[in-house]
Design a protein around this ligand. Structure first.
Ligand code: PGA
Length: 256
């Protein structure tokens, strides 16, 4: 059984003090829900303060992006070395990085390689745009995005990786993928991992769904077999809603 992960991507929201307060509320709310992993991804400037505030809790903190180089003339960028000791994971290839800031597949794959090289767990994001889905190209696009990363990693790394399927048309739009669409894409991604690295890696890698997840639509999506949790944007900025998403995830787990 894979432990589900509910991850909150705060994007360019909160202040340092607001982030610490939000993180504290989340951590207190989810402390007793041990069956679900929980992580928050505040803006860079708040990482250290949030990491300190979350120390000793079961909520972990991650970064929203990073450069692949350790140092150098890259104005405005943050390196894996700078994240060392502060975060355990890093979101890479988020659709806003790909589509607003023009990050190509090759760059995202280098970042994933670098994250593993520096002991960070990548939360590697993939997903198609609306026109791509409407023209029946979802698997082609997601397959290409995953393909670039598969070339860079080992089976053991694939098993540790977190992949977030986030259809671009569902992010921040209020239009979520249906449970079937989410399940089909997550299963497709797991098949890709299986094809490249075998069953053990495919059985261990966690595949999340992201895109307009909220407390009203999550129950039906989280119950699907290949969905191992959520990457949540908007709803992660409201502590009670985010805690509720963790609770829904826990309550949907099969009783053992
Ligand atoms: P959303 O964002 O939940 O606001 O749609 C998801 C994401 O971008 O990770």
């Amino acid at each position: 059984m894979r432990t589900p992960l509910v991850a909150g991507n705060w994007k360019m929201n909160t202040t340092i003090s607001g982030a610490v307060a939000l993180a504290g509320e989340v951590a207190a709310g989810v402390e007793h829900m041990a069956a679900v992993d929980v992580a928050v991804y505040p803006p860079f400037v708040a990482l250290q303060s949030v990491a300190r505030a979350l120390h000793g809790t079961r909520t972990s903190v991650g970064a929203q992006n990073m450069h692949f180089e350790e140092s150098g003339a890259f104005t405005g960028e943050v390196s894996p070395n700078m994240l060392d000791g502060v975060v355990a994971s890093v979101i890479l290839g988020h659709s806003e990085r790909r589509h607003i800031f023009g990050e190509p597949d090759e760059l995202v794959a280098r970042k994933v390689r670098s994250a593993f090289d520096h002991g960070l767990t990548p939360v590697f994001c993939v997903g198609e745009q609306l026109a791509e889905r409407e023209s029946g190209r979802t698997e082609e696009v997601v397959g290409r995005q995953v393909g670039f990363v598969v070339d860079q990693i080992s089976p053991a790394e694939a098993a540790r990786m977190i992949i977030a399927y986030e259809p671009v048309w569902a992010i921040g739009t209020g239009v979520n993928a249906t449970p079937d669409q989410a399940e089909d894409a997550c299963a497709f991604i797991r098949d890709l991992i299986d094809g490249s690295f075998g069953q053990e890696a495919a059985g261990r890698a966690r595949v999340l769904y992201g895109g307009s997840v909220n407390t009203g639509n999550w129950d039906d999506i989280t119950r699907r077999e290949n969905v191992d949790g959520a990457l949540v944007g908007g709803a992660s900025l409201d502590a009670p809603d985010f805690v509720r998403l963790v609770e829904i995830t826990r309550d949907a787990l099969p009783a053992d």
